[in-house]
Design a binder for this molecule. Structure first.
Ligand code: BDR
Ligand code: CA
Length: 310
């Protein structure tokens, strides 16, 4: 199988880190366009640079927009990922640098240069929304768009109950992207929970892996503690699940195609993803909603990304 070419929009972030390790192990990374989200842009860009150093990568990092398009969200996710987004381990200054090109313009340029690329969004959709507003023809040049975001039956992970973090952080950006792309693949928070890894098994992978496993074992302690306090079982890896789908769509074992829109107002629901499950609106489906993947193959992809041999 030829390696897919991936352009990754990301806000690293612990599970972004695992996803990027997967991309490095299984695909060609064209670049990391970096958004604010889990933590502020200064940290997310620095963390992206740390990942380039870790894997000895040659792919560029592009800093994006430091705020959502319209409204500032009430909170980021530092209480999950650590104040620096990487578990407050205290890594030194990375050697890799961000290029001077802003993320939205890099997305436009790279989609011209690589007409067969897959775009995967692991963060609030601010950069991509800006890019499609500047260049509305961008979606025509993207073979696949895979989005980690949403909670398709309203079981979100933010204080706005039905909203998932990436969509809830910048609902206007998600709205712009969902309207601009005729079709995209959606990997939501609820699918993530169904595909958590067994803790003991995952710890075994960390023990058997190489420096990437050691790195991940360090950065994800804060998120692990948070999930335990929330009584969420298993190792939850939202962005890694979306990355598995981006790398190899044949991993999907159950999906539904429906129209998905984003609630922009709503006293209790701003940032919710509203799925027309009963096809009441008569609108064409704009999303393939991933419901299940082959869990064993997902695990294999993660193991390789952590340097576990066999
Ligand atoms: C998503 O939000 C972020 O905290 C994670 O990195 C992931 O992209 C899960 O809701
Ligand atoms: Ca993320």
């Amino acid at each position: 199988m030829t390696k897919p070419q991936l352009l990754i929009d990301t806000d690293p972030g612990v599970d972004d880190a695992l996803a990027i390790l997967m991309a490095h192990a299984h695909a060609d990374i064209l670049g990391l366009s970096v958004a604010a989200g889990n933590v502020g842009l200064g940290h997310t860009v620095r963390n992206a640079r740390t990942l380039v150093d870790l894997v000895g990568g040659r792919f560029p990092v592009f800093a994006g927009c430091p705020t959502p398009l319209v409204r500032m969200p009430q909170e980021d996710a530092a209480f999950v990922h650590g104040q620096d987004g990487f578990g407050d381990v205290g890594f030194g200054e990375p050697g890799a640098q961000a290029t001077g090109e802003t993320a939205a313009l890099a997305l436009i340029r790279l989609t011209h240069e690589h007409p067969d690329l897959t775009l995967i969004a692991l963060a609030p959709l601010t950069n991509l929304a800006l890019a499609v507003r500047i260049d509305p023809t961008l979606p025509q040049r993207v073979r696949r768009l895979v989005v980690m975001g949403g909670a398709v039956t309203g079981h979100g992970n933010t204080n706005i109950v039905p909203a998932e973090f990436n969509i809830g952080f910048d609902p206007e950006a998600a709205h712009v992207v969902f309207e601009a792309f005729p079709f995209f693949e959606l990997v939501d928070w609820e699918a993530t929970l169904r595909h958590a890894f067994d803790e003991a098994e995952f710890d075994g992978w960390l023990a058997m892996g190489d420096k990437r496993a050691q790195f991940f074992g360090q950065v994800f302690q804060t998120a692990r503690e948070f999930n335990r306090k929330k009584e969420r079982s298993g190792i939850i890896a939202a962005d890694a699940l979306a990355m598995a789908v981006a790398i190899d769509p044949s991993i999907v074992t159950r999906a539904e195609e429906r129209h998905v829109a984003v609630e922009l107002d709503g006293r209790l629901t701003r940032g919710a993803t509203v799925v027309d499950w009963s096809r009441r609106l008569g609108k064409p489906a704009n999303a393939r909603i991933v419901l299940e993947v082959d869990h064993a193959r997902f695990g294999e992809m993660v193991r390789k990304a952590l340097g576990v041999s066999s």
